[in-house]
Structures are given as structure tokens and as C-alpha cells.
Design a protein around this ligand. Sequence first.
Ligand code: PMP
Length: 427
Amino acid sequence: SFETMSEIRKTRLNPALTTYYGSPLAFHQGHMQWLFDINGRRYLDMFGGICTVSVGHSHPKITEALHKQIQKLTHVSNVYFHPKIHEYAVRLTEKFPGNLKVVYFVNSGSEANDLAVLMARSYTKNFDIVTLKNAYHGMTYQTMGLTSNTGYKYKVPQAPGIHNIMNPDVYRGLWGGTHCRDSPIQTSRSCSCSVENCEAKDKYLEQLRDIFKYNVRPGGLAAFFAESIQGVGGTVQFPKGYIKGAYKLVKEHGGLFISDEVQTGFGRTGEHFWGFEMHGIEPDIVTMAKSMGNGFPLAAVVTRPEIAQALASSMHFNTFGGNPLACTVGITVLDIIEEEQLQKNCLEIGTYFLKEMEKLKAKHSIIGDVRGKGLMLGVELVEDDKNASPLDSKRFMKMWEKTRDMGLIIGKGGLFGNVIRIKPPIV
Ligand code: PMP
């Protein structure tokens, strides 16, 4: 019963887990874009288990493929050959441009980013890692350091050599204020910058150059991390050209560019299969998880052969990575995205959705910004759109509970917790 689950949650489960809503929802079944709670009530899932259930809950093709594989072979570890890991390695790396052809399979986005740090440091023999304020890269001890959203910081010293720097947020500016030219906090919004045209872009890049020059040890840059669109941070987009400029600066300073595609990968942004493609760059290392396994614990790091080799001098191993069941799911997810043309669906539905939300923004001053690409969308709620001060949390929660009453599951995030995140299964 709900009461028993509440009691177990209180006494037997990680007390640092939080749940959405005043009275938590308890689900027991899902079908494609629908979720059903323990009372049998149906909800439209617009959050996909945090941007993860990409091809739909309990997709019949995944159920069938898993059923077949589970009867054959569940696990042997990586010290033997097994067909699925080889098949998936080829299928996955075919999706990448250039020399991004070597994959390390792991089990979560955090583990992938942790490994990316090790790879970058081993290859460059440098130590310093730079990440953007408001980024989310994971919850292992080291990736917690990469995650610079302050809500996820603990009162213990963070892992060494990591610099969390300002964020080129088109709507809120470098320091999470209310305007891209303001620093650090202003109360009025007086520009109309957009992703396509942001007058502050060059200034942001100058500041990044200064950080690479003066804040990291000279010649000491190992890597720069960025999400193609920040997810947990509130569907935050960067000015067009920023990522390309950052990539160039990273190269000038001897580092590697790591693209965190944990949320933006696998076609979700519509136009491209990988988010980094929208920025016109080819990263040195790409990390992925979430949509990759449609909810199955599956993640990976993809890189060029020479970077992958940097770890080969010692044995790099994990027990579950590339497990036959996980790889079966991964292959089937790729099949479904292709067969059902889900990337195209993201583009069509997402573009339509964004356009309709722009109409709502023009009508309602509570909507400060609507943004995103494909089916990775965000709506930033404010007290007044002339003054981008975040919507009061009580008002936000009232709206939030109401969507639940309407049978709609949406996510929330952002620096001030005032952004609605819309990331449904891409079906
Ligand atoms: N990177 C990004 C962009 C994420 O959104 C997340 C999870 N929210 C992670 C990394 C960490 O993934 P996981 O929770 O699987 O460790």
C-alpha cells in the first residue's frame, strides 16, 4: 500500500532522496507515453523518468528483445567475448562522425563523466578541468565537483582540480542574474538577446579565454565540459557560436573538449542525433546515458582511438559495462529510433510545441522565456516578464500540483527552481 511504501521510504531508503509533489506519486505501470499510478489513474508523461524513457514505457520491441536475451545469456563480464557488446559497439559508433570510434561501456551518466575526466587527464597529462556554472554532470564524488549547480554541493571539499565558472545563459546572463549584460544581479531586463543573436557572446568568450589563461595552471588544462543544452539547469541554451568559440579556445590551451550528451543525445533535439552537432563541433570525448537504455542502466564514453589508448597502459575495468542485456536494449533503442523515425518526430512535434508556447508567452506575463530544441523544452516562469525575477516558489508549487491534478507529468529545474522541463518519451 501507499502507507507501507511511505514507511519504508522513511526508514529504509536513502534519506537524501527527495520526491516530487506534496504527496508523492506512486506508479506501477507504464505504456509508451502513459503512466498509471497504483490507483489506476492515467498520466501523460512529459518528463520520461528524467529525460530517459526515450522510445516509450515498456515498448513491445524492447520487451521482446530482452525476453529473448534473458533466456540465453544474462552476464559473463568483460573478460570474455560475447556477441552483443561487439554488435552494439559497431552500431553505436556508426552514429558518430570522424574518428569518434572507440566506446567504453559503463552504467550511469556519472560514471561516464568520471571516466571522461580520467581519460582527459591521462591523455593530456594535464590536471585542470573547467565546467560551467549551473551544469549537471553527476553525483559521484568527482562528478559532484563537475556539477556546479549549488543545490548539489555538499559541505565537504570538492574533488581537486575542478573549476566551476560562469554560465553563458542567454536569458539570465553569466552569473544567473536577469540579463546577459548584467553582472552579477540586476532587477530589470532590458535586452532582447536570443540564441541566434546575443550581443554578449564575444565578451563571454573573452572571459573564458582569461580563465584558461589565468585561473588554470599555465599549460595545465586537461578538459572543458559542456552539455549541448543544459538539462537539470533548466533547458539553458548558449549563444550561437559560443560552444564553437569555446572549442577553439580549449584547443589553443592544450585541453580536450568533452561533450556531455546524457540528455541531448539520441535524437532528442530533433535536427541532429547528437547535441554537439548543432554547435558545429566534433568533441574529443562524448559521454551518454539516459535515453541510451530507455531506463535500463546503460551509459558510455566514446572517443578517438589515441585518447582511448591513454588508459590502456593500465587495466580499466567494470563488472557490468556492456552487459548482454544492457547491450540488447541499446541496440533495440537504436532500431526503434530509426524504424519509427523518432528523431524526425522530435523535430516536428518539438518545433510545433515551441511555436505554440511562444504564442502563450506573448499572452501571459508569467512566462519569461520558452526555449529548447526538439523534445527538450523549457518554460521559465517569472513574477513579471519585464522583470525576470523568478516566480515565487509557492506560486510555482501551486501550478505544479495543478498539473498533477490534470494528469500531466512535467519536470522542474533551473537555478531558481522556476523552470518547467518538458522531455517526454519521443514517441
Ligand atoms: N549528465 C547530465 C547532463 C545529466 O543530466 C545527468 C543526470 N541528470 C548526469 C550526467 C548523471 O547521470 P546519472 O544520473 O545516470 O549518473
